[in-house]
Design a protein around this ligand. Structure first.
Ligand code: PLP
Length: 395
């Protein structure tokens, strides 16, 4: 006998992983140059040289017992101080090391915060389209996911829908900007209006409604677009961050949650999320990456390769007649599927062209497909005739 919910989660195939595996198998049959894989969000630009150098330096200049030992559950003081100083310099905040808890990436940070906030009957909102893992993260950690339908015009936030779906049980809303899968950055106007709504409803319900800001793509923006720091707009914001994408370190598993002092019940929220981390088996984040972050927290990625891919893909697809919200950040394009049948389109693309794209249904937004453009520019060029043929067949 096993827990059926867990069994089903473990047994449920991930379409993204299946498509990726299909691509690997097909590459052996038709040659890797004839497979166009837009499935995974695995960074394709190398980690900055400063990070590689820091790893070498730490191995040379630090006691190996420290490098491979445990740290405090919330992370090394030095790492947290460096992160706090970096945030304060960039956003004019007053964050302290004690507001930060270092985690094994954004996913465990989210789970800790969600579980920590999950009072009896708690509802947590997510705005479509969203990272599919929010569903198991919320629904299996003591809360219920409430989905706000997508604003299909601009992929900002449909505030009327948010208000309509709120109840006295609404405990938090997850905001992911730059967004996976749309690539859209929520504007300051959108976030300010959301903050006003949450303040109003919080007063009406007699408890704060928290924003959980999921920000692994914070630094991945193009053309100088601003990504507002949400705690500066809404005080009840808890940030979940990761260096998986910004420093191309997804395998190192390093991120944090941040509960600023200004947050209502900050200390209680911080401790509840820390307790939730403990229950989920968190002992400490890996120590070598913590030391690397202490030395490299100010490093910024060189985004030129992603930006070139974004421009090539967006310009080429829109010229063919595809419609797509302008992506200002992350490394995804969320494209309207001609005819609206996202599964049909993705299966035909796979079977006829070895073109692997992910149906929008998985992101709670049917009728679209997600393309991860953290791939080679050359692959994009080679894939364009397949996109052309797909849209021609549907005309
Ligand atoms: N949140 C979003 C929106 C993501 O796209 C991802 C990973 O793709 C994560 C969280 C998890 O990231 P991490 O590797 O930091 O756990």
């Amino acid at each position: 006998m096993t827990n059926q919910t867990m069994y089903e989660l473990g047994n449920q195939p991930s379409l993204i992983r299946e498509l990726f595996a299909y691509g690997l198998a097909q590459a052996k049959v038709v040659g890797p140059e004839n497979v166009f894989d837009y499935t995974l969000g695995n960074p394709s630009i190398p980690t900055p040289d400063a990070v590689t150098q820091a790893i070498k330096d730490i191995l040379d200049d630090t006691d190996s017992i420290k490098i491979h030992g445990y740290s405090m559950a919330g992370g090394f003081d030095g790492t947290r101080e460096a992160i706090a100083a970096n945030l304060n310099e960039r956003y004019g905040t007053d964050i302290k090391a004690s507001n930060l808890f270092i985690t094994c990436g954004a996913a465990p940070a989210l789970i800790s915060v969600i579980k920590g906030l999950a009072v009896e009957g708690a509802e947590i909102m997510a705005i479509a389209p969203f990272f599919p893992e929010y569903r198991p993260f919320v629904n299996n950690n003591g809360a219920k996911l409430v989905v706000v339908p997508a604003d299909r015009e601009h992929f900002q936030i449909d505030l009327a829908k948010v208000e309509e779906l709120m109840t006295p049980n609404t405990q938090a809303i997850i905001i992911n900007s730059p967004n996976n899968p749309s690539g859209v950055v929520y504007t300051k106007e959108t976030l300010t209006a959301l903050a006003e709504l949450l303040t109003k409803k919080g007063e009406e319900y007699g408890h704060p409604i928290y924003i959980i800001a999921d920000e692994p793509y914070r630094e991945l923006v193009y053309g100088g677009v601003e990504v507002p720091f949400i705690p500066n707009i809404y005080k009840n914001t808890i940030v979940c961050y990761s260096w998986s994408k910004s420093l191309s370190l997804p395998g190192e598993r390093i991120g944090y949650f941040l509960v600023p002092d200004a947050c209502e019940n900050a200390q209680e929220v911080f401790l509840a999320a820390s307790g939730a981390a403990r229950v989920n088996g968190h002992v400490c984040a890996p120590t070598l990456p913590q030391m690397v972050i202490e030395r490299c927290v100010g490093e910024m990625p060189n985004l030129q390769a992603y930006d070139d891919n974004r421009t090539l893909l967006y310009d080429s697809l829109t010229a063919m007649g595809y419609r797509c919200a302008k992506p200002d950040g992350a490394f995804y394009l969320f494209v309207e599927v001609p005819g609206g049948d996202d599964f049909g389109f993705c299966m035909k693309a796979k079977e006829e062209h070895n073109l692997l794209v992910v149906p929008g249904t998985g992101f709670d937004c049917p009728g679209y497909m997600r393309l991860s453009y953290c791939v080679s520019n050359e692959m994009i060029r080679r894939s364009l005739p397949a996109f052309e043929k797909m849209i021609a067949d549907l005309k």
